[in-house]
Design a protein around this ligand. Structure first.
Ligand SMILES: [Zn+2]
Length: 357
């Protein structure tokens, strides 16, 4: 028998391949979120199903060019591609841009042009304020050339000098704890309140616009990205929402996903983290290690891995149940965040640590 596949099968495979390619081409920002080139998935991959995204997690639709720009308050605006957010302030002396995510890229200037021409103000970016050093929030900075004042924390400058990425020029103007930036009659208060997501992550307060920008802590409407937004300092990240709430503001720019946040979003997020901590502490004293160490004998890592996986499942399950329908993707990333917080409770706080008798 000839082994050539039947023409109908071949045509079906080709159609599904093309549909797959088109679907992938439509979501470049999501690929950017995870930093990867688009690999063709294996056709037989059984992908898991997840709970639907609650409508409350979604923001306005993006335009044909892939962005949405809207007013936060007065002359403060925000731009999103649905996954990343930047902001800008129009002033009588030009535009101050806050972050430059590469996924929004050249749409940043398009959004600024759109607002500036509608309001008859300058579209020239004179300053870029950096929230923190990460490339996914700053990688379009170099698009604005050399003739721009870049502002950031002193540690942002150190980390960018280390990383030596031409897409992210180092800040020209730095601060250690506080800096009030005045441009064209506008005031922006920058502050560093300790390490959290990264060592340099800064609080950007707009006192005359009732707005706080704090990136990669609370992503309004959504649970954190993998492993507590890949937090570099878990106790610092846990403390950040209270520090954010200590400022006066009504509008929150979290740097991610498709909508702005409110104080209520920050409180819900804070409660989500508190619920995780409570359940992790229960897991640490409840899950019995005996069966794991009995089964794996001298393979200590196999015992530890499966024991901790059981602790994570124990802690995450009630939190996933409580927040499904409240925070998008609770069933996607709660377990990885629970693991990182579990390790911090064990290693930073010493919870459950016992001295051999
Ligand atoms: Zn980051």
């Amino acid at each position: 028998m000839p082994s050539t596949p039947a023409p109908s099968t071949s045509a079906t495979s080709r159609r599904s391949f093309l549909a797959r390619g088109a679907a992938l081409a439509a979501v470049p920002t999501i690929a950017t979120l995870v930093g990867g080139a688009l690999a063709e998935p294996a056709l037989a991959d059984p992908l898991p199903d997840y709970a639907p995204v609650p409508p409350s997690a979604l923001g306005p639709a993006v335009n044909a060019q892939g962005y949405f720009v809207g007013r936060v308050k007065k002359n403060l605006y925000w731009v999103t591609d649905g996954a990343y957010q930047a902001a800008f302030l129009t002033t009588r002396d030009g535009v101050v841009l806050f972050d430059a995510p590469p996924s929004v890229g050249r749409n940043l200037q398009r959004a600024i042009d759109q607002i500036a021409s509608a309001n008859g103000v300058s579209n020239k970016v004179t300053h870029i304020v950096y929230s923190h050093h990460h490339a996914d929030h700053l990688g379009a900075s170099s698009l604005f050339g050399r003739d721009v004042v870049r502002v950031g924390h002193i540690e942002t400058k150190r980390l960018l000098a280390r990383d030596n990425d031409p897409a992210r020029p180092v800040p020209d103007l730095t601060f250690e704890t506080h800096l009030t930036l005045r441009v064209g009659g506008e005031r922006i208060d920058l502050a560093w309140h300790g390490t959290n997501h990264t060592p340099d992550n800064s609080y950007i307060h707009f006192p005359d616009h009732d707005t706080l920008m704090l990136v990669d802590i609370n992503l309004p409407g959504w649970v954190p990205f993998d492993s507590f937004n890949i937090s570099e300092d878990v106790p610092g990240s846990i403390a950040a929402p209270a520090k954010a709430l200590a400022y006066p503001w009504k509008h929150f720019i979290g740097g991610h996903m498709g909508r702005l946040g409110t104080r209520e979003d920050m409180v819900v997020y804070q409660q989500y983290v508190a619920d995780l901590i409570d359940n992790i502490k229960k897991a640490l004293v409840t899950v019995d290690p005996t069966p794991f160490f009995t089964k794996y004998g001298n393979n200590t890592w196999a015992a530890v891995k499966t024991y901790q996986a059981a602790q994570v499942d124990y802690a995450a399950a009630p939190v996933i149940q409580k927040y499904t329908g409240v925070l998008a993707a609770a069933d996607v990333y709660t377990a990885s965040t629970a693991f990182l917080i579990l390790e911090s409770i064990r290693l930073d706080l010493g919870f459950g640590s016992q001295i051999h008798p």
